[in-house]
Design a protein around this ligand. Structure first.
Ligand code: TRP
Length: 382
């Protein structure tokens, strides 16, 4: 399999960034999304200006229902931070969702929901490119090329494939099988070097690196950089559920959703599983209690956490008080987000125009890569 062609003409040096403009332009007249502000929807500045010297970040979001507190603290807040520091492209992976054959009428609504929720959390289309996967047909072309160099043996060993095949034995389709090459195409089409994803995506990321390496080897080029998993903290943060079980997740049915109102959130927090209370000073916290403290550490101020931690240690903690405080702090964070979600969701025109702009930027980036890929592979370019 070692086709070693000479270094191709038109091949780019390593780490090529996708932005064309060298102008650093302050975003005049743009509305910022501030967390403590009233809903303030994004309006477009007439032109796109992007930094040239930033590394490229890509991440895909599967449109599988509403965002919850676990998604928010586990992923979205770092996306919001990353858009300040990197050339970010965030997309909604609607092609990937086809592996489970969703109904046509559900696709559009779930894509819009996710789009509204991400914007409401502070993803800013003036800073990051936010687009819908199916708006960028270049991805499928790269997917096809990458599939030619990917072997069924290695795809069959991917654990997420094996798990899904076990869960849906009547629908083990080729799209499911080649999920990693579509994901690799998502990333490589923008020559991204950093990919913020959870631990469960490590094997898919390894496949994306393999795709990049193999393409480079086959054609004797240094074209695709190898994308790396990325998160700000040492470890991916795990947001616990309120039912005493491990993590907050949709399938666990223990989520606080970003769109929920104060009453619902308070009710959920007040119902969180606890025990009989601290028995002796400075004792270790059992898991259910630790979960409550972990949530508080993330959602409340540092001195609030310290106050209740001290109460635990001297055995004067009343769970009711702690939960009330925690609920209040969660509501404080989520209520402006909720307001913005409602505003965005009711403004499909704005959502569509944001998606259109995102698609334009993403296509420009992907088309540039694909033009070179075609040349490298040996196709005619017109
Ligand atoms: N597989 C990812 C997930 O399940 C979603 C995804 C698709 C993705 N394409 C991607 C993530 C590209 C990062 C980059 O969460």
């Amino acid at each position: 399999m070692s086709v070693s062609a000479p270094k191709m003409q038109g091949a780019e040096p390593k780490y090529q960034f996708i932005c064309a403009s060298a102008v650093l332009f302050p975003a005049f007249g743009m509305s910022k999304i501030g967390f403590a502000q009233k809903p303030n929807l994004i309006k477009f500045a007439p032109n796109i200006y992007r930094h040239t010297d930033m590394e490229t970040v890509v991440s895909g979001i599967r449109p599988t229902g509403n965002l919850h507190l676990g998604n928010y603290y586990g992923a979205v807040t770092s996306f919001v931070k990353m858009q300040e520091e990197y050339n970010c492209l965030f997309f909604i992976a609607d092609w990937h969702s086809l592996t489970t054959h969703p109904k046509p009428e559900n696709i559009q609504s779930s894509v819009r929901t996710i789009l509204a929720e991400y914007l409401a959390c502070g993803i800013d289309p003036e800073k990051a490119t936010i687009y819908i996967q199916s708006d960028v047909p270049e991805t499928i072309e790269l997917y096809l090329y990458l599939n030619m160099n990917t072997y069924i043996g290695e795809l069959g060993r991917v654990t997420t494939f094996k798990e899904k095949a076990r869960k849906q034995p009547d629908n083990v389709n080729a799209g499911l099988f080649t999920y990693p090459t579509l994901m690799a195409a998502d990333i490589l089409q923008h020559k991204a070097v950093k990919v913020p994803v959870g631990k469960d995506q490590e094997q898919n990321m390894e496949m994306a690196r393999k795709c990049a390496r193999r393409f480079n080897n086959i054609y004797g080029v240094e074209f695709f950089p190898e994308p790396q998993n990325f998160h700000y903290s040492q470890q991916a943060i795990k947001i616990p559920g309120l039912d005493g079980s491990g993590k907050m997740g949709k399938s666990e049915g223990n989520c606080i959703y970003l769109f929920e109102d104060a009453k619902t959130i308070t009710k959920k927090v007040m119902r969180a599983v606890t025990d009989a209370g601290p028995q002796s000073p400075n004792s270790p916290k059992p898991e259910v209690i630790q979960n409550l403290f972990t949530l508080m550490e993330i959602a409340s101020a540092a001195d609030t956490y310290k106050y209740f931690d001290e109460k635990w240690n001297d055995c004067t903690l009343r769970y009711g008080d702690m939960k009330k405080q925690l609920a209040e702090d969660i509501v404080k964070t989520l209520s402006p987000i909720r307001e913005r979600i409602l505003e965005y969701s009711n403004n499909t025109e704005l959502l569509d125009s944001i998606a259109r702009r995102g698609a334009e930027k993403a296509r420009e980036s992907a088309a540039k890569t694909l033009k070179e890929v075609r040349q490298i592979i040996g196709f005619r370019t017109y």
